[in-house]
Ligand binder design. Structure first.
Ligand code: NAP
Length: 269
């Protein structure tokens, strides 16, 4: 069965990440993707690089797609929403990745149309993202499958109830920044221990990447892995004792909680 016609409104960082992974994984062909963007340069670049069709008209995307991904900044949502009014089509699925724009607001913009809200994170730009999706009142199983398939192109996908998206934002949304700080700090420690900056950066990055992959591939609980590399009276337990004393665990827990509650606050404004 041919892939559904995909329309992307906003061909920026996320829009491009999605279309490039869908194409490179063979989940879509260039002729099944239409992207609208205000910027002529952006449209030209996407058309040349991916051989897709682009347009300045959001209306054209809305009228010719089975699935529409909203990938504009939240600030321009109200103006883009006006492009939907009065359109007479067999309602396509609308998937929004706009941070902080609630399903109720999306459904108000496209009354009667199926809507799914998604929250990807930055590693999606290299196909290693974590996306959480929440389902609107009109979306059915077929739409949920479509959305899961779409975001599986840029990483892993989970489904959560909308109120939990604030927690998702605090963990996987903001998480890349926390992990970046962890990697940077590990490298700083390596430099303090006498390693060159280049070597320390490489060791820190590969240690985080390798550990994550080990946990993912084996399904091992993190505590089991920690116990396995901790020998009696050894180096690792000395390092861990230091982390516990300085409160790494509580710092991370509180960071996720603070970011989640900030997300809730911003959503209520
Ligand atoms: N980047 C991330 O890691 C990330 C993670 C999670 C969620 N998100 C969400 O993803 C959405 C897109 O983020 P992004 O980083 O991809 O932003 P972006 O790079 O700024 O992309 C948005 C694109 O939409 C274009 N645009 C602006 N107004 C438009 C209009 N009226 N009609 C059509 N296109 C229009 C912009 O053009 P101009 O530049 O010319 O204005 C730009 O090319 C945001 O809502 C954000 O909350 C992003």
């Amino acid at each position: 069965m041919p892939a559904a016609k995909l329309g992307i409104i906003g061909g920026g960082v996320m829009g491009e990440a999605l279309l490039s992974c869908l194409l490179s994984k063979g989940m879509h062909t260039p002729d099944s993707i239409l992207v609208s963007d205000l910027s002529h340069e952006r449209r030209q670049l996407l058309a040349e690089q991916y051989s897709i069709r682009t347009t300045h008209s959001n209306r054209e995307v809305i009228e010719h797609s089975d699935v529409i991904v909203l990938a504009i900044k939240p600030q321009v949502f109200d103006s883009v929403a006006r492009d939907f009014s009065g359109v007479v089509v067999d309602p396509p699925l609308v998937i929004s990745i706009l941070a902080g724009v609630a399903i109720a607001r999306l459904e108000q913009a496209v009354p009667g149309w199926p809507v799914i809200r998604a929250m990807p994170n930055t590693p999606a730009t290299v196909g290693c993202g974590m996306t959480a999706i929440s389902i609107g009142s009109r979306a059915i199983a077929e739409h949920i499958d479509l959305a899961k398939q779409l975001f599986s192109a840029v990483g892993d996908v989970v489904q959560v109830a909308e109120p939990l998206l604030d927690g998702v934002t605090g963990l996987s949304g903001s998480g890349p920044a926390y992990v970046a700080i962890v990697i940077e700090s590990l490298a700083d420690g390596g430099v303090a221990a006498g390693l060159s900056r280049t070597t320390a950066n490489k060791l820190a990055l590969q240690t985080v990447l390798g550990t994550a992959q080990l946990l993912q591939k084996t399904g091992m609980h993190p505590a089991v892995l920690k116990d396995r590399v901790t020998s009696p009276g050894g180096t690792t337990i000395s390092g861990i004792a230091c982390l516990e004393e300085l409160g790494l665990r509580s710092a991370l827990i509180e960071a996720v909680r603070a970011a989640s509650s900030r997300s809730r606050e911003l959503g209520n404004q």
